[in-house]
Write a new protein. Structure first.
Length: 256
């Protein structure tokens, strides 16, 4: 008769609970080891990167210092430029105030006009808005004093350009006379024809003159510095040709 097989004993409740606990413990231990490996590996990489960064910083130190120096210099230059601009503005305001005290016309709106130039083209005060200009009135084309005045302006025309100042001559002469006068002396600026003395009267430069004891009506040689805002910055009446260009340019630098 065959022997009966022994049946395995069933695990108790405490034993059943112990097995999963052991498995969890082993898994946690294994995970901790893996995490430690990952941390060590990351730490090595960080240390290596820090070492490389330190090396780069050491190599680039002169360049960094140079950039810092340039930035510092740039900041100083910017501050200096700001101070200079403010000083220039204060100087300009002071000059304008001084002129107003001596020149009753300074600050007034320049008279508007619509006249033709030596080419027969219309030039208006509206077309000049936003830009400064010198409007100079003279008696007659191709006469000694007027020719000298025009040629003085011509010879210093580059200086007017540097200040962004347009030059416009005005006389009662015709367009054709202006064209001939301009071509003869190579005048690079505009000449306006004011045959009815409309603009001359508006500026008050058409009046009584004396020559060799005789009194007559004519253009009183005068100039007016007009700002970009369309106001008169300075007026020059009874102009003497010698030194006039230098005086205008000096005033333009201070007032415009």
């Amino acid at each position: 008769m065959a022997a009966k097989k022994k049946s395995k004993a069933k695990p108790t409740k405490s034993q059943s609970k112990a097995k999963p606990a052991k498995r969890v413990k082993r898994a946690a231990k294994k995970a901790a080891k893996e995490a430690q490996k990952v941390v060590k590996k990351a730490a090595k990489k960080i240390a290596k990167a820090a070492k490389g960064a330190k090396k780069i910083a050491k190599v680039e130190k002169p360049a960094i210092a140079k950039v810092a120096k340039v930035e510092k210099k740039s900041a100083s230059s910017s501050l200096l430029e700001t101070v200079q601009n403010v000083a220039a503005k204060v100087k300009q305001v002071a000059a304008a105030a001084a002129v107003k005290l001596m020149d009753s016309e300074a600050g007034k709106a320049a008279p508007s006009f619509d006249l033709t130039d030596e080419k027969g083209e219309h030039v208006t005060s509206e077309s000049l808005a936003g830009k400064p200009y010198l409007l100079y009135f003279y008696p007659k084309d191709d006469t000694p004093g007027c020719t000298k005045e025009a040629c003085d302006i011509r010879d210093n025309f580059g200086r007017f350009g540097q200040q962004g100042l347009r030059v416009i001559g005005v006389s009662p002469d015709s367009e054709q006379s202006h064209a001939k006068f301009g071509q003869k002396y190579g005048l690079p600026f505009t000449l306006l024809s004011d045959p009815d003395k409309t603009l001359a009267s508006a500026y008050g430069v058409w009046g009584k003159k004396q020559n060799y004891g005789k009194e007559y009506l004519g253009i009183i040689r005068s100039s007016f510095l007009v700002g970009a805002d369309g106001t008169i910055k300075k007026s020059y009446r009874g102009v003497k040709v010698n030194g006039h260009v230098d005086a205008v340019l000096s005033d333009a630098q201070a007032l415009l």
